[in-house]
Design a protein around this ligand. Structure first.
Ligand code: ATP
Ligand code: MG
Length: 419
């Protein structure tokens, strides 16, 4: 069909329509409802930032920064990057916009993010995230609140049963350093079996080998020592407060002592909600505490914790959302009725009745369209009814019909739909 010079959709991007658009919207509206219940305020931040915002905060050695960013020079010669996630941009805004005065800040946002990855099911180059962060709270209660909120979102989406919360701690600096030394010793002993990428990680950031998806690395990563032997009492107490909070709220979790996050700035709590229903793209929601990030952007030491979830992955898991339906189809018969129908439909819509009217067509065509749109009532305007100042309102499920004065249609339908 398309001519060879017709532009194509860019690989890894999506045009959401019909069911796909409804799935997307269902996830976003559930998120918007739940974040309101938890007192998270909605914010918007730019889609692009100075490249340094991401490079410095996410870390040069991560896959995101080293391989996945959409970085370009703008016409003024500045290096800009399309956001690969929200946390870095929100932290930048926290510093540059004076949001410090509002701590602790509970923020929620959502929208497109960009990563140059190999596209496949559940993995895109422009995808969408919902994101929740608490900035300026060092207390484990903040971690708990975010996790309980994530759990409630999954419940409201009807997918909590198929999704497991895996939880770990990366400890404080002392714990993490001791664990890192144990990991280096373990990986050094298997140097010959590791992937090339992991050999580089071994020098720069050995924790990240645990996060490798390369099949050569997996057995070595899975056999690596966990963090517990190195846990400081302070870090242990923090983790215990988080798990107790989850238990008190009735949120199920399992410990994954080898779970790390791909990004460099995590401390203490790290978590992923995973499912086996999406193949290799099994992580639907992930996050943790990133107390070191804002400092890495040149700000004061600021504790913070947050998570992000892929809207597409959540959208694939939920039941198909119902198609939106209308209450009323307005069906004029004849030219005079068509002219009057414009006033009737405007009045109904202003009264909050969802209705539609075909731009053209005979009575039969219009009634077919009313059925297809899922209308419950047809408001039929004929010349005779109009002359009497009435319309014929037909209940489509039963075929019952009633003559209703034009100025009472909205009220009549209101009573009927409430019944
Ligand atoms: P993965 O291990 O699948 O690459 P990640 O660790 O890179 O995920 P995060 O940076 O934690 O992912 O992003 C949070 C969430 O965003 C993920 O749990 C996932 O649901 C979603 N996500 C990440 N990358 C993609 C992508 N390329 N396409 C669609 N969704 C994605
Ligand atoms: Mg990734």
């Amino acid at each position: 069909m398309s001519r060879s010079d017709t532009p194509q959709r860019i690989r890894g991007t999506q045009d959401l329509f019909g069911e796909a658009a409804r799935r997307h919207h269902a996830v976003v509206s559930a998120f918007d409802r739940v974040r309101g219940l938890y007192g998270f305020q909605r914010v918007e931040i730019p889609i692009f930032e100075a490249t340094a915002v991401f490079a410095r905060s996410i870390g040069e050695t991560t896959d995101v920064v080293s391989k996945e960013m959409y970085t370009f020079e703008d016409r003024g010669g500045d290096s800009l990057t399309l956001r690969p996630e929200f946390t870095a941009g929100l932290s930048r805004a926290y510093l540059t916009e004076g949001w410090q005065q509002f701590v602790p800040l509970k923020l929620a946002t959502h929208g497109p993010v960009f990563r140059y990855e190999r596209p496949q099911k559940g993995r895109y180059r422009q995808f969408h995230q919902i994101d929740a962060e608490i900035i300026g709270a060092a207390e484990p209660q903040a971690d708990v609140e975010l996790l309980v909120m994530a759990d409630q979102l999954l419940r409201e989406l009807g997918i909590a049963d198929g999704v497991t919360l895996q939880l770990n701690t990366l400890g404080d600096a002392e714990t993490r350093d001791a664990w890192r030394a144990a990991l280096v010793a373990h990986f050094e002993a298997h140097r010959g079996e590791l992937s090339e990428d992991s050999l580089v990680r071994l020098d720069k950031n050995p924790l990240r080998i645990l996060d490798s998806k390369d099949p050569r690395d997996r057995p070595i990563a899975d056999a690596a020592p966990g963090i517990d032997a190195h846990m400081s009492s302070e870090a242990g107490a923090f983790f215990e407060a988080v798990t107790k909070g989850l238990d008190a709220a009735g949120v199920a979790w399992t410990r994954n002592a080898r779970l790390v996050r791909g990004l460099d700035y995590y401390r203490h709590t790290a978590f992923e909600f995973v499912t086996d229903r999406l193949g290799a793209q099994g992580t639907v929601l992930a996050g943790g505490r990133y107390d070191g990030l804002i400092e890495s952007l040149g700000g004061p030491a600021t504790p913070a914790v947050g998570w992000a979830a892929g809207i597409e992955r959540l959208g694939m898991l939920i039941d198909e959302p119902a198609k939106p339906t209308i209450d009323v189809a307005v069906v004029p018969m004849g030219a005079a009725a068509e002219a009057a129908a414009g006033g009737v439909i405007a009045t109904l819509r202003r009264a909050g009745v969802a209705c539609d009217m075909a731009y053209k067509g005979n009575m039969k065509k219009r009634m077919q369209k009313a059925d297809a749109a899922g209308a419950r009532f047809a408001v039929i305007l004929g010349e005779d009814e109009l002359a009497r100042g009435e319309a014929s309102v037909k209940r489509l499920a039963t075929g019952e019909q009633a003559a209703v004065p034009l100025d009472r249609i909205a009220a009549w339908i209101g009573v009927e739909t409430a019944a």
